[in-house]
Design a protein around this ligand. Structure first.
Ligand code: IFM
Length: 450
C-alpha cells in the first residue's frame, strides 16, 4: 500500500526541531586532485585491487565541487532547515599540517555562504574518514601526533568558517574508522590488527577532546559535538551465552565511546576483553576526552542480532532488509534512543544520519518511485517522535543521504539518496522520497507552529 510520509503528532517535537539532509566530502565531491588537493587514505585505498566492489573510486563521485550552485539549489528545493556535510582535510590542508590551500578553503566558504544565502544552516563535520595520506605514512590515527595535527586543523577551520557554522562535529563514526579500517581491513587504510584499532579508537577520542578544548579556548561560537554510529546489540535468544556476547559487543560498540565521552572512563568489560590489545594512554587522556558536549550525533541504520552460534542473517529469518542486507527495524531505533537517555542523560541529540539503500530502478516516466525508502523514513521518523515524547532530548534529524553517492567499499551500486544521480550524465533527479520529505516538513511546520 502506498503511504506518504507523516510526521505526527506534530507537537511532540520542539518547534525549533531541525530537519536536514546529509552527505560527506569523499562520497560526493570528486575533483580529487584539483587545485592542489592532497591525497586522502581513501584515494589510495580505492587503488587497491578488490578493495571496492565495483572497482570504482572517488575521483569524480557526484562532481559536487563543480556543481556547487546546482546542488545548493537542490538542497534548498527540499525545504530543509540544515545541511550536514564534511570538510575534506586534504583539500584544505594538503599535507595534513603546515600550509593551507586557499582554493580548498574557498570552496567551503562558497558552500557555507551559499547555504546561508538560502536560509539553510551549515552543520560541518571535520573528519568523515578521508585522512590526508601524508599523515597515514607517519602512522595515521595509530600515531598520537595525529591527534595534535587534528587539533591544528580544527582550529584552522574555525578561524576560517567558525562564525558562519551552525554546528561543528569533530569525527563521524570513530567505530568505523577504527574497526572497519584497522581491524577488519575492509575500509581505508585496510589494516587488520585489533591492537591498532584500539589505539586508533583512543586517539580519535583524544583528538576530539583536545579539539573541543582548543576550539573553546579560541572562542568557539558554533555548538560542538561528535557523531557516533550506534546499533543496539540484541541477543538472538535468551541463552546466557547470547546475552553475555551481546553485552560484550555493547561494550565494544556503544559504551566504548559513550562511557569516556560522558563518564570519563572506558567500560571495564570491553577493556578487559581487549587484554594486551588495550590502548596505551597517558594519565590525563580520559579527562581530556570527557569535555562537555554541546550536542551528540547518533547515526542509526539497523540493529545487530548477536548469536553465540555464529553470524545471524535477517534474511534467513524472513525479516525485511535494505539493499545493504541491513534489517529494517525502527522499534530498535526507539529502544536505542530511550535506553541511551536512561543510561547517560543525553545532551541535546541529533539523529545525524538515518536512511536506507534500495534498488531504486528508474521507471518508464524517468522517475524513481522509492516507496520502500518512504516507508523506511516514515517508520524511523515515527520512532524518533516516540522517543522525543518519552523525554529523549532530540533536537534534529538528517536523512542519509541528500543524493546517491560513493558508498565506500560498495562503490556506486548502493543508492542511499533521496535524489537520484545518473553516474553517466551526473544528472540529479529527486526521487519520490525527496518530494515526500519536503511535503512532510511543510505540513509539520504548519502544525508545529499553529
Ligand atoms: O554512507 C555511510 C556514511 O558515510 C556513514 N554512515 C553510514 C552511511 C551508510 O553506510
Amino acid at each position: 500500500m502506498t503511504m506518504t510520509l507523516h510526521i505526527d503528532p506534530t507537537h511532540l517535537l520542539r518547534p525549533d526541531f531541525i530537519w536536514g539532509v546529509a552527505t560527506s566530502a569523499f562520497q560526493i565531491e570528486g575533483a580529487a586532485d584539483e587545485d592542489g588537493k592532497g591525497e586522502s587514505i581513501w584515494d589510495v585505498f580505492c587503488r587497491q585491487p578488490g578493495a571496492i566492489a565495483d572497482g570504482s573510486d572517488g575521483r569524480i563521485a557526484c562532481d559536487h565541487v563543480h556543481r556547487l550552485d546546482e546542488d545548493l539549489d537542490l538542497i534548498a528545493s527540499l525545504g530543509v532547515d540544515a545541511y550536514r556535510f564534511s570538510i575534506s582535510w586534504p583539500r584544505v590542508q594538503p599535507q595534513g599540517w603546515g600550509p593551507w590551500s586557499e582554493e580548498g578553503l574557498g570552496f567551503y566558504e562558497r558552500l557555507v555562504d551559499g547555504l546561508l544565502a538560502r536560509g539553510i544552516r551549515p552543520f560541518a563535520t571535520l573528519n568523515h574518514w578521508d585522512l590526508p595520506q601524508v599523515l597515514q605514512t607517519q602512522g595515521g590515527w595509530m600515531a598520537r601526533d595525529t591527534a595534535h595535527r587534528f587539533v591544528d586543523y580544527a582550529r584552522g577551520i574555525q578561524r576560517c568558517l567558525g562564525d558562519r557554522l551552525a554546528s561543528i562535529a569533530t569525527h563521524n563514526e570513530p567505530w568505523v574508522i577504527a574497526i572497519l579500517g584497522h581491524e577488519k581491513g575492509i575500509f581505508a587504510p585496510g589494516l587488520t590488527s585489533r591492537a591498532a584499532a584500539a589505539q586508533v579508537n583512543h586517539h580519535l577520542l583524544l583528538s576530539h577532546g583536545l579539539a573541543l578544548q582548543a576550539l573553546r579556548a579560541d572562542g568557539a561560537s558554533a555548538p560542538l559535538g561528535i557523531v557516533l554510529n550506534m546499533s543496539p546489540q540484541e541477543p538472538a535468544t535468551d541463552s546466557p551465552a547470547d546475552r553475555a556476547l551481546a553485552r560484550l559487543q555493547d561494550g565494544h560498540g556503544l559504551r566504548w565511546y559513550l562511557d569516556p565521552l560522558l563518564r570519563g572512563r572506558y567500560p571495564d568489560d570491553a577493556w578487559t576483553d581487549l587484554g594486551r590489545d588495550a590502548p596505551r594512554m597517558e594519565a590525563t587522556d580520559l579527562a581530556a576526552i570527557a569535555q562537555p558536549l554541546d550536542w551528540l550525533g547518533i547515526n542509526y541504520y539497523t540493529r545487530n542480532v548477536v548469536s553465540s552460534a555464529g553470524p545471524w542473517d535477517p534474511v534467513a529469518h524472513g525479516l525485511p532488509v535494505t539493499d545493504m542486507g541491513w534489517e529494517i527495524c525502527p522499534d530498535s531505533f526507539h529502544a536505542l534512543l530511550t535506553r541511551l537517555h536512561r543510561d547517560y542523560a543525553l545532551p541535546p541529540t541529533f539523529i545525524t544520519e538515518n536512511g536506507g539503500a534500495f534498488p531504486d530502478p528508474v521507471q518508464a516516466d524517468g522517475l524513481v518511485h522509492d516507496q520502500d525508502r518512504i516507508d523506511y523514513l516514515r517508520t524511523h521518523i515515527a520512532a524518533v517522535v516516540r522517543a522525543a515524547q518519552e523525554g529523549v532530548p532530540l533536537a534534529g534529524y538528517f536523512v542519509w543521504s541528500l543524493m546517491d553517492n560513493f558508498e565506500w567499499a560498495s562503490g556506486y551500486a548502493k543508492r542511499f539518496g533521496i535524489v537520484h544521480v545518473d553516474y553517466a550524465t551526473l544528472a540529479r533527479t529527486p526521487k519520490a522520497s525527496a518530494r515526500a520529505y519536503r511535503d512532510a516538513l511543510t505540513r509539520w511546520r504548519v502544525g508545529a507552529r499553529a
